[in-house]
Design a protein around this ligand. Structure first.
Ligand SMILES: [Zn+2]
Length: 97
């Protein structure tokens, strides 16, 4: 067993992981840039699950909702519907009365 080959193998492994890390960091930076841009114009980078419109974030009674700019669909995160429909807590309960 030669140390030279061992060192060479280690070197290649390190190089491989270094490259992987670099790619991962670059991808992450690109994603963050997209998120920052979206924040700047007040839209999220999320796509509507129903059509290919993009979702605009807004707050209703302190709950974040996402409205599609194409089909007009409104999307909620888990538990948010309950928050909005809580008795007497705003527009949704007024709407369904
Ligand atoms: Zn849509």
């Amino acid at each position: 067993m030669s140390d030279i080959f061992d060192d060479r193998r280690k070197g290649l492994e390190e190089e491989y992981f270094h490259r992987q890390n670099k790619e991962a960091i670059e991808k992450l930076r690109a994603k963050m840039a997209v998120a920052e841009q979206a924040k700047a114009v007040g839209t999220s980078s999320m796509k509507c699950p129903r059509c290919d419109g993009s979702l605009t974030e807004s707050k209703v009674d302190g709950v974040t909702i996402y409205t599609c700019d194409k089909c007009g669909g409104i999307w909620l995160d888990s538990g948010e519907l309950e928050q909005l429909t809580k008795k007497g807590s705003g527009w949704f309960s007024r709407l369904i009365k």
